[in-house]
Write a protein that binds this ligand. Structure first.
Ligand SMILES: Nc1ncnc2c1ncn2[C@@H]1O[C@H](COP(=O)(O)OP(=O)(O)O)[C@@H](O)[C@H]1O
Ligand SMILES: [Mg+2]
Length: 260
């Protein structure tokens, strides 16, 4: 499945917030690669720097030092049209709180990124239908967010993240606001999109269940990577990988509830 091409390189990334007494070193020199077709998980305690890392990659935050390289190009050099293209077409972002616009239907929310780039909804209709069928939201396309369940809203948000066919999907705690049944549905769908379409996904999560769908997990502590786990896709079940994830979480001390 993995073609082993590097899609994203993060090199010695640091991020410092504030000054003097308010200074926080959120990232202290993080280096890793993301391979094309990977489903990479980022785990770590609250405040360990996960969202900061994702937001630097999404160009929502400017790193203090270090490099983020997509397909060999340093993204800090992007300006104007190149930056808009990167944000709109090369990355898709899935948030914990869905971030759908309440006065737009599901279909309009999904096509919003396209309309910002001048692509008409009609042109995208076959893509919308394909995504809606994969994500099981065909029945809610003409509904407003207020008329949908949390699980449906998050799957609509997933369709919006995927509609521009981005090179990489960034997801920050996508199951964080879902119950366990809807978390499992979302993870099954994201996992299918990863394995069937070779879509590269980088997902931050607290949840060992969600993380067990990943092909590799980086554990972050205090702004540094301190551990890595890889799932042997051919021979290791999701349940066996889950057990290894929980073991790492327990090793950190205090058990999963306290630590991650
Ligand atoms: N805008 C900000 N201003 C100042 N400090 C921040 C800001 N955002 C995050 N931090 C701090 O940076 C550290 C990492 O935060 P964050 O990346 O949100 O962690 P996580 O997503 O792992 O919970 C925390 O100590 C947090 O308090
Ligand atoms: Mg966070």
């Amino acid at each position: 499945m993995n073609t082993q091409n590097r899609i994203l390189q993060v090199e010695s990334l640091t991020k410092v917030y504030g000054k003097g007494d308010n200074r926080t070193e959120a990232l202290k020199g993080i280096t890793f690669d993301v391979l094309e077709g990977e489903f990479l998980g980022i785990m770590g305690a609250s405040g360990s720097g996960k969202t900061t890392l994702l937001n630097c990659i999404a160009t929502m935050l400017k790193p203090t030092s270090g490099k983020i390289i997509l397909h060999g190009q340093d993204i800090s050099g992007f300006r104007g049209g190149a930056l808009a293209d990167y944000r709109g077409k090369e990355i898709g972002y899935l948030f914990q709180e869905f971030e759908l616009l309440d006065n737009l239907t599901a279909r309009e929310n999904i096509t919003l990124p396209l309309s910002l780039h001048g692509v008409t909804a009609q042109k995208a209709e076959s893509n919308i239908r394909e995504l809606a069928s994969m994500l099981d939201i065909a029945g809610v396309l003409d509904k407003f967010p207020g008329q949908m369940s949390g699980g449906q809203k998050q799957r609509v948000a997933a369709a919006r993240a995927l509609i521009s066919n981005p090179d990489i999907v960034l997801a920050d705690e996508p199951t964080g606001a879902l119950d366990s049944k809807n978390s499992k549905i979302l993870m099954d769908k994201l996992s299918a999109i990863n394995s069937e379409q070779q879509k590269t996904i980088m997902m931050v999560t607290h949840d060992a269940n969600a993380a067990s769908y990943c092909s590799r997990i980086l554990f972050i502590q205090d702004g540094c990577i301190f551990h890595e786990l890889r799932r042997n896709i051919l021979s290791e079940s999701i349940t066996a990988f889950y057990d290894r994830i929980v073991a790492v979480m327990a090793q950190l001390g205090g058990g999963s509830a306290n630590v991650l």
